[in-house]
Ligand binder design. Structure first.
Ligand SMILES: [Zn+2]
Length: 229
């Protein structure tokens, strides 16, 4: 019998396709549009788990974030992460969305990954940029937002997910912008990246701001200015 952690890329491609087919008109679309990420959905093939693939029942109702990898004409999917967008967690009692840093995910993870899948880099295609700089974000959705500001951006699945073998991927860039959330954990993330990468530069976007929120509220020009571009 196939164990979950042995599930192969082709299964993930079809699961990812199923979820992105169910994105249109879903709560995932509403959520991402609220965060100003609606336009990034096609490029990053964000999805919604309304009909889970076998073994994915735990992720029902979550936003699906596939880790796309270039693979010939079709893109393969290295893994998928699932973000909680339950009303009880992301909305206030009056039905309006809470800012991401005020969301309440009690008793469960805001994000869930597939069992046996180690932390990986998100949006690795960005590493092939001809630009001399790249952004490294705490979180996949921030990476997607930063790409929308025409800055190549890779994401990591959270503050504590940095692995030593990620380091060499960033050698050769003049500068790696380390973009953590505007809180203690985010600043620890940026400091950790700066420790690991000699070419990294921490950019603080202010208390309570992650890159997606900053870009959504202040626009791409002001974001690029903040990076010194
Ligand atoms: Zn939740």
């Amino acid at each position: 019998m196939l164990k979950l952690h042995e599930s192969q890329g082709s299964d993930l491609v079809s699961a990812g396709k199923r979820y992105s087919d169910h994105y249109e008109g879903s709560p995932a679309q509403q959520y991402l549009e609220h965060r100003g990420l609606g336009q990034q959905a096609v490029k990053f093939k964000f999805g919604y788990v309304s009909a889970p693939a076998i073994g994915h029942e735990l992720y029902r109702g979550r936003l699906a974030i596939p880790y796309l990898r270039p693979a010939g004409r079709n893109r393969s999917v290295a893994t998928i992460r699932f973000r909680c967008i339950a009303d009880a967690c992301v909305k206030a009692p009056d039905g309006t969305y809470l800012p991401p840093h005020r969301e309440r995910h009690e008793g469960h993870g805001k994000y869930m990954g597939l069992p046996g899948h180690p932390p990986r880099l998100y949006n690795t295609s960005a590493l092939l940029t001809s630009k001399s700089y790249i952004a490294l974000n705490e979180g996949e959705l921030d990476g997607a937002a930063v790409e929308g500001a025409d800055v190549p951006a890779v994401g990591t699945p959270g503050v504590s997910s940095w692995r030593d073998h990620f380091d060499p991927a960033f050698a050769g860039f003049e500068v790696v912008f380390a973009l953590g959330d505007g809180d203690d954990a985010g600043r620890r993330f940026a400091a950790k990246v700066c420790e690991a990468l000699p070419n990294a530069k921490a950019v603080d976007l202010g208390d309570g701001y992650d890159a997606a929120r900053f870009i959504h509220e202040f626009g791409t020009e002001q974001f690029r200015e903040r990076l010194g571009l």
